[in-house]
Design a binder for this molecule. Structure first.
Ligand code: HEM
Length: 190
């Protein structure tokens, strides 16, 4: 049952990649195609961060362990979509010209925080396997708390690049705040 649900959820997680691929194929990206691709993957990265953070509260409220089984997969999809988002910026927007990219990272605070969030995702993605969980023992849990920092960085990135918190950046910030508060309350009860 879990095996089939995992396959089903995995295919569902590829939905954002499929829709944008179809838009590219049908030439439906509009006047600013690179911007559209970047925004698409940026927003989906944030959505997957929210989904990943929601798994523990869902387990707690439904008393159903089922949710936790998907947390690792959702977390890896955060890294997957964040990396495509980053590669779109580096490869399509700047054609791998590293000098202006470095300049952006150092001078634009929203790029700096977005890039920091992506860097923080690397240790999480590389230690997500069962083998690494066993190897790192209780340090694994400590390390994976970085997802809270990543979530805050992601929402700041969105607010700063939009230059206003209204409305979508506000909606995501509130969702992230609620999910983080729930996680902290769950931890206190444990
Ligand atoms: C966890 C990491 C990240 C998250 C959650 C994230 C999220 C987002 C979101 C939500 C947007 C706005 C989408 C919209 O307007 O609908 C966005 C846009 C953008 N992101 Fe990120 N991002 C991340 C990492 C990065 C990195 C590493 C870079 C580059 C170094 C980057 C560069 C950009 C740029 C340039 C835009 C603006 C696109 C435009 O409007 O022209 N992001 N990102």
């Amino acid at each position: 049952m879990i095996k089939y649900s995992k396959i089903f959820i995995f295919i569902l997680c590829l939905w954002p990649l499929t829709t944008i691929s179809l838009d590219i194929y049908n030439n439906q990206l509009g006047a600013e195609p690179i911007k559209k691709i970047m925004k698409h993957f940026g927003e989906w990265t944030l959505i997957f961060i929210c989904i990943t953070l929601a798994m523990s509260p869902l387990k707690r409220f439904t008393n159903f362990n089922f949710w936790i089984k998907f947390r690792r997969m959702f977390g890896l999809f955060v890294f997957f979509y964040a990396t495509i988002h980053l590669l779109t910026y580096i490869g399509l927007d700047y054609r791998f010209d590293l000098k202006p990219i470095l300049n952006d990272i150092l001078k634009k605070k929203y790029i700096f925080i977005g890039f920091s969030a992506w860097l923080l995702l690397i240790p999480l993605a590389t230690t997500s396997s069962q083998k690494m969980t066993k190897l790192l023992k209780h340090n694994w849990k400590k390390l994976h708390r970085l997802i809270y920092v990543i979530a805050v960085f992601g929402s700041l990135h969105y607010i700063w690049l939009s230059k206003t918190i209204f409305f979508k950046p506000l909606i995501y910030s509130v969702i992230i705040l609620v999910l983080l508060t729930l996680r902290i309350r769950i931890k206190k009860k444990i």
